[in-house]
Design a protein around this ligand. Structure first.
Ligand code: SAM
Length: 209
């Protein structure tokens, strides 16, 4: 998948397209799927989980608003590290990226790939991402890469004023849509985007199992 294919759809922000160009997706997919690394679709990474579709990664990063601010001062939180690919794309636009993964072996593999490729600004944390990560908060952008029944309240409190949370909301195995919450002081404004299909967000503030 090349950035021009993504631009042909509805992601036009040059910094986001450049980030998509720079991150080598083939480094994040299992060897068995190397030949499909540049296809615009999710691929299996073990534990029934997936590396997300490139277009969806670009779209979520675009909606996060990170590209409108200087990379040096940006802090991002990703819930659902998976392969580490999304964290690498975020890292192109954000000096500090915290990425949380509930499966320790998936997290270890992603951390190793990110370190090998020189993504030193990414910290991978093992845990329940529905609670966020207070130690590195607040975040200018929070991207949740698994679908939950609602926005986990702890995540909204870890956003900066003006920060955005992008997340798929909906049924575990049914209709889901992408929502963007922008924080304005104690309020958040919600916008709803298109239909999506994600693996479930499992945790205290997500689906319970
Ligand atoms: N961003 C990833 C990538 O680029 O490869 C794709 C992530 S995959 C679609 C969703 C991930 O969310 C899975 O690895 C899953 O284990 C993880 N996950 C689900 N619930 C979680 C939770 N409560 N906390 C942290 N990770 C979670």
């Amino acid at each position: 998948m090349v950035a021009t294919d993504i631009a042909g759809r509805d992601v036009h922000e040059p910094a986001v397209l450049e980030a998509m160009r720079r991150v080598p997706r083939e480094e994040f997919v299992p060897i068995a799927y190397l030949g499909e690394a540049h296809d615009d679709r999710p691929l299996p990474i073990g534990h029934g989980q997936t590396i997300s579709q490139p277009y969806i990664v670009a779209s979520m990063v675009d909606l996060s608003g990170l590209s409108a601010r200087p990379r040096e001062s940006n802090r991002a939180l990703e819930i659902g590290t998976g392969s580490g690919y999304g964290a690498a794309v975020l890292s192109e636009l954000s000096a500090q990226v915290t990425s949380i993964e509930r499966h320790a072996d998936i997290a270890a593999s992603a951390a190793s790939t990110l370190s090998r490729l020189g993504y030193d600004g990414v910290e991978v944390v093992v845990g329940d991402g529905t609670l966020g990560h207070l130690e590195n908060a607040p975040y200018d952008a929070i991207i949740v890469t698994a679908a939950g029944p609602r926005v986990p309240p702890p995540l909204l409190t870890q956003l900066t004023d003006g920060g955005c949370l992008v997340m798929p909301i909906g049924k575990r195995d049914g209709a889901q849509s992408l929502v963007v919450h922008t924080r304005h002081g104690d309020q958040t404004v919600q916008r709803r985007h298109g239909a999506v299909r994600f693996v479930p967000l499992i945790g205290e503030q997500g689906f319970l199992s």
